[in-house]
Design a protein around this ligand. Sequence first.
Ligand code: SAM
Length: 261
Amino acid sequence: MIRAKKSLGQNFLHSSSALKAIVGAGSLSAKDTVLEIGPGEGALTKLLLATGAKVVAVEKDDRLIPILEETFAEEIKTKKFVLVHADVLDFDGKKYAIKAGAYTLIANIPYYLTGLIFRQFIGGAVPPIRAVLLVQHEVAKRVVARDGKESILSLSIKAFGTPRIVAKVPRTAFRPAPNVDSAVLAIDAIHDGGFAKKEKDVFFDVLHAGFAHKRKKALSNLKELFPKEKVTHAFATLALPENTRAEDISLADWESIAKFL
Ligand code: SAM
């Protein structure tokens, strides 16, 4: 057992029911390929491989590489398991036969990476067909709420897939225990949101700009990055009051604003 590094967001999951819930949500069979981000000491990897699926895992921590190589020596030999020692933010799936719509993304990753990973994979050029992620319980509840206030993550998840909460995972299920409870969030039927690749980038840029300063209204936030006349025109056409807050704008309206800009 290694000492957990805070800088890498290491909270290892030891609850077998939580691990099973994650794997179950993936609905995996021997025909499938899984991209696992941050395998850690391999607790989840072991169950993923037991489904017969091929697993490509990306781990940044040098100390974990020899442990994983030893634990999964047999699967590495038979090429059922491919271990990539890298920062996931530099990972290029094409080198490992990861193809758009033909893999499942599974990750218990540090929470500060969730948004970046979401944009890189689900909102990127090579999206998975399904993703199963551990996120903070409060964040998961916000994502599935029908009448809740929106966030960048809730809007981008709903734009590209269908989210569902699979299980609540108490903080005591991790070593060391984090300060908050988590949830297993599955995002099924991932699609391109009706955007071309370039439009997807604009959609994310618009969301990030709109939510940039919490105290400011969405319109003034957007005006900092996009031409003022275009932003005002978009709000007028969509009949959005000029003092609307970013969290109160619906997904459909964000998509329209992105198209205008
Ligand atoms: N999957 C294991 C589990 O469930 O017990 C470990 C989860 S732990 C929360 C996060 C893992 O992601 C750690 O193994 C950590 O080293 C790895 N990690 C953190 N940042 C990373 C990055 N940028 N790229 C790849 N792996 C990363």
